[in-house]
Design a protein around this ligand. Structure first.
Ligand code: CA
Length: 374
């Protein structure tokens, strides 16, 4: 029998699913030391009715669904003490106002990706993905065991926010092109929708990054505003119809190797909560995050098979092109690090962890995928 997210929520509610030991000990430890007001809060069953604003289009498959899933788990685990209503981008506030809305208390929670907030602090980009960075499992390892989460919390505290890992897109695809990319010179003069640091790398290769929101990409390609685009992976890209107007689907997504998504909560509000609710909010994020990442991998894999059957032409960037893009990427990251002390602090930790984990991945996953798996 397939275990679904509904079963999980039901299991928590019925008590048939046991919470992890770390969570029980965390909660138990804090029950012992809790203040009188916390006890009163729990006994009185104070109810919270929150809004979560997101950067995703309303009802966006997988990424938006993970927000609804999160709200379901929090409600079940807290016995209804916290109820969260989820809003798609533009429903309550525009997608790119999520950060400020949650920070200033206009909504209690948010969901999106930290690199959208590079304008607030360029260092935020390291907590989603940077070109030639780390894949999903390496990113989550850095965040949870390598000191990354503390740096993320420290940075967001300056903005009155608490961040939590909210999922991962998995490795993205390199994008849709109407010309073959055989040498680095084929990127010259190319107008491509490639946001953030990836766009800066494209600039070094002589291309022009164009900033377009997800919903504007198709028309941009159709009208020649852009020659090429990246978006997510097979599942969401196919939904957008890029295969109808592009010749080649390139891989890998060197610019987003494993983009971490985020849940955010207003810090002042979070700090005022009793410890059991704090633990529930974090444990629910871990569950929703895992579910989201697994969903992305599954949906993308299923869609790839459909695309291949329909004759979509999948190409891989030649090694020489990737090698040169990697050199440009390191230049971009070093330049950022040299001009922004907060980015330097985060990048130093990021680099140190990547240097430690890469050789390990090299003798495990890399070998496995190269030699064993089809
Ligand atoms: Ca992307």
């Amino acid at each position: 029998m397939k275990f679904t997210r509904k079963d999980f929520v039901k299991g928590i509610a019925l008590g048939t699913i046991t919470l992890p030991i770390w969570l029980r000990s965390f909660m138990g430890k804090n029950y012992a030391n809790q203040s009188v007001s916390e006890t009163e809060n729990r006994v009185s069953g104070k109810k919270y009715r929150w809004k979560m604003v997101t950067t995703w289009p309303p009802n966006f498959p997988v990424l938006g669904e993970a927000c609804t899933y999160y709200a379901d788990i929090v409600k079940a685990m807290s016995g209804g003490r916290i109820e969260i209503r989820v809003y798609g981008g533009g429903e309550l506030v525009p997608a790119l106002e999520v950060f400020d809305t949650v920070r200033t208390g206009g909504a209690e929670m948010g969901c999106g990706a930290s690199y959208y907030w590079a304008g607030k602090s360029p260092a935020t980009q390291f907590f989603t993905s940077v070109p030639f960075g780390m894949n999903a499992q390496q990113m989550h390892s850095w965040l949870l065991w390598g000191g990354g989460m503390e740096l993320w919390e420290e940075l967001y505290a300056e903005f009155n926010l608490v961040p939590m890992i909210g999922g991962n897109t998995g490795m993205q695809m390199g994008g849709w092109f109407n010309r073959e990319i055989n040498t680095i010179d084929d990127l010259k003069g190319l107008k491509m929708r490639l946001p953030g640091l990836g766009g800066k790398v494209l600039e070094k290769a002589g291309g022009t990054p164009v900033l377009l929101a997800g919903g504007e990409i198709y028309t941009g390609l159709e009208r020649g505003v852009i020659d090429a685009t990246e978006w997510l992976g097979p599942f969401h890209d196919y939904m957008s119809g890029f295969q109808q107007i592009s010749k080649y689907y390139y891989t890998p997504g060197w610019h987003e190797v494993g983009s971490v998504l985020e849940f955010t909560i207003n810090k002042e509000l979070y700090d005022s909560l009793p410890d059991d609710l704090k633990a529930i909010l974090k444990a629910a994020a871990a569950e929703a995050s895992n579910w989201c990442f697994a969903g992305m991998e599954t949906k993308n894999a299923e869609q790839l098979a459909i695309m291949k059957a329909e004759g979509v032409e999948i190409r891989s960037f030649p090694k020489e092109v990737l090698d040169q893009l990697r050199i440009y990427s390191e230049e971009v990251l070093e330049e950022l690090s040299a001009t922004d002390p907060r980015s330097k602090k985060v990048y130093d930790s990021f680099k140190k962890f990547r240097d430690t984990i890469s050789p390990y991945s090299g003798i495990t996953e890399k070998l496995f995928f190269e030699r064993i798996q089809k």
